[in-house]
Ligand binder design. Structure first.
Ligand code: SF4
Ligand code: SF4
Length: 82
């Protein structure tokens, strides 16, 4: 099941800074989901719905061009049965 099948319409995806990206392609090689795509001499997140947010692309990028925005999720405490 993809993240989009789980009932959420908006998910954070990695941001790629085109000013930093030199198109080396390392992120493309490690992405297990096919979320990234080369467009000209840059890489973009072409299929955000496929991204599992693993962070592998961010880890391997030698130019720190990729960042994953954090999402703050508020969770309610389960109701006490006392
Ligand atoms: S690893 Fe970084 S510099 Fe290389 S193509 Fe991907 S985003 Fe661009
Ligand atoms: S976070 Fe993971 S799935 Fe998403 S683009 Fe990067 S390597 Fe691919």
């Amino acid at each position: 099941m993809s993240r989009r099948d789980e009932g959420r319409s908006e998910w954070p995806v990695p941001r790629i800074d085109p000013e930093r990206c030199d198109g080396c392609g390392l992120c493309l090689r490690v992405c297990p989901c096919g979320a990234l795509e080369r467009q000209g001499d840059k890489v973009v997140v072409a299929r955000p719905e496929a991204c599992d947010y693993s962070g592998l692309c961010e880890l391997v990028c030698p130019r720190q061009a990729i960042q994953r925005p954090f999402e703050i999720v508020s969770m309610e405490e389960p109701e006490s049965k006392a």
